[in-house]
Design a protein around this ligand. Structure first.
Ligand code: SF4
Length: 121
């Protein structure tokens, strides 16, 4: 039997959640105030994922970089590779919010999308 202590990151309450597991199976989840916390805890012990938010280089634009994020959460252990791929990439202005800047980032199958616009010079 193993117990994992987590802090839910889905809202500012930050509930402390305990997940008890045996042979890889979840036996109990306690401490969550709502169902979102329950689902977060189950996913966190099985396959933790995160949405990555950062910036990407822009060429020919009025700004050098534009903010972006992963369209969906990516496995936590892929975050370093995702950041490396974004840091090596660049996009051309103009950029509109929601534009796909990288189709399949670091083999995750998840796109990188712009979260801010960048016009031409
Ligand atoms: S369990 Fe629910 S109430 Fe508690 S931090 Fe998570 S989302 Fe917020």
């Amino acid at each position: 039997m193993e117990t994992r202590e987590l802090t839910c990151i889905n809202c500012p309450l930050g509930c402390r959640i305990s997940v008890t597991m045996e042979d890889g199976n979840i036996i109990s989840v306690t401490g969550n105030t709502c169902k979102r916390g329950y689902l977060y805890a189950c996913n966190e012990v099985r396959m933790p994922v995160r949405t990555v938010t950062t910036t990407i280089k822009v060429t020919g634009g009025e700004v050098d970089r534009v903010s972006c994020k992963t369209k969906e959460p990516v496995p936590k252990d892929k975050i370093f590779e995702v950041m490396e791929a974004i840091n090596k990439a660049s996009c051309k202005a103009p950029v509109a919010i929601g534009d796909v800047l990288i189709e399949d980032c670091a083999g995750t199958g998840v796109a990188i999308v712009a979260t801010k616009a960048a016009g031409n010079v």
